[in-house]
Design a binder for this molecule. Structure first.
Ligand SMILES: [Zn+2]
Length: 295
């Protein structure tokens, strides 16, 4: 792999019907990759198998196909990559970066403060192995993490003050999303992550994990969330109603409009090929609005 290759990804969670938010992230990540003659990978983020909805992954894939998306390489499922996550965990264990946490939800709610949610470090002196049921947390350093987001601008977070030591393997034995996504992005050679702004405040944890594991840091683009006219985050069912795979051009048009690309009205009734051609020729990441938009 050469350094000049752009590789992006779209990584939906199969937790329900594909919705407008899914489509917006797919369109933006796809156009970023294709406009840079790069690759675009599809990864199903089902590491939390307890939230997986049967058939949701195939519904997402068939919707993408009907809307004219073409992904490179084989689709990956996080639920099949436990071995890779385990290797990363063992690396962190060998470097004594992690500790077992036996705190119950109830205890955490009492000690962490209901608003902040910052882990108070209760179990920091615990050592592995431990017989009691436990989660595994990564010990964070007292540093400010900051990065430049191509849409949201500079973002800063102190992990100690705003998050605390965080879970990378859950008490129920599942690997945490934060670990899985960092391992996947690194092993798949992702150079830029394009996704919804709901993950903006997870990014500093992911950057810290990348540093602990010796991975390189991808670039980041966080897309504004869609709000309903009352200013609330669009629910999944409302968003699902806005995505109609039977009307691919109209659905793509909506996504492009939300991304500030100002597609001509005539494209709402165009063929899929035509709308993609227009979108690729006119894609400008600088047009994406920086604030959350009402639909
Ligand atoms: Zn604990």
């Amino acid at each position: 792999m050469t350094n000049s290759l752009y590789r992006g990804r779209f990584a939906p969670s199969p937790t329900g019907d594909p919705h407008l938010g899914t489509l917006i992230a797919a369109v933006a990540s796809y156009l970023q990759a294709r406009s840079k003659s790069g690759e675009w990978l599809l990864r199903i983020e089902d590491v939390d198998t307890t939230r997986r909805v049967t058939g949701s992954d195939s519904a997402i894939m068939s919707t993408l196909e009907r809307l004219g998306f073409e992904w490179d390489q084989e689709v990956t499922w996080q639920s099949r990559r436990t071995e890779q996550y385990q290797q990363a965990l063992e690396q962190l264990m060998a470097e004594e970066r992690v500790f077992p946490c036996t705190c119950s939800r109830k205890l955490l709610a009492q000690t962490a403060g209901e608003i902040s949610g910052v882990y108070p470090g209760t179990c920091r002196s615990n050592r592995l192995p431990l017989a009691h049921p436990h989660a595994i947390r990564l010990r964070v350093d007292d540093i400010m993490i900051h990065f430049d987001d191509a849409v949201s601008g500079e973002y800063r977070q102190s992990l100690v003050d705003e998050c605390g030591d965080f879970v990378i393997k859950r008490r129920d034995g599942l690997f945490a999303y934060q670990l899985a996504v960092v391992v996947d992005d690194a092993l798949q050679g992702i150079t830029e992550v394009v996704r919804g702004a709901d993950l903006l405040d997870s990014t500093p944890r992911q950057i810290f994990l990348q540093r602990c594991l010796g991975y390189s840091q991808p670039d980041y683009v966080h897309l504004p969330l869609i709000l309903d006219p009352q200013g609330r985050k669009l629910s999944k069912s409302e968003g699902a109603a806005e995505l109609n795979a039977d009307k691919p051009a109209a659905s793509l048009h909506k996504a492009l409009a939300h991304l500030g690309q100002q597609p001509p009205l005539a494209l709402m009734h165009a063929g899929v090929t035509d709308i993609w051609q227009w979108a690729l020729e006119n894609w400008e990441i600088g047009k994406i609005p920086t604030t959350h938009a009402a639909w």
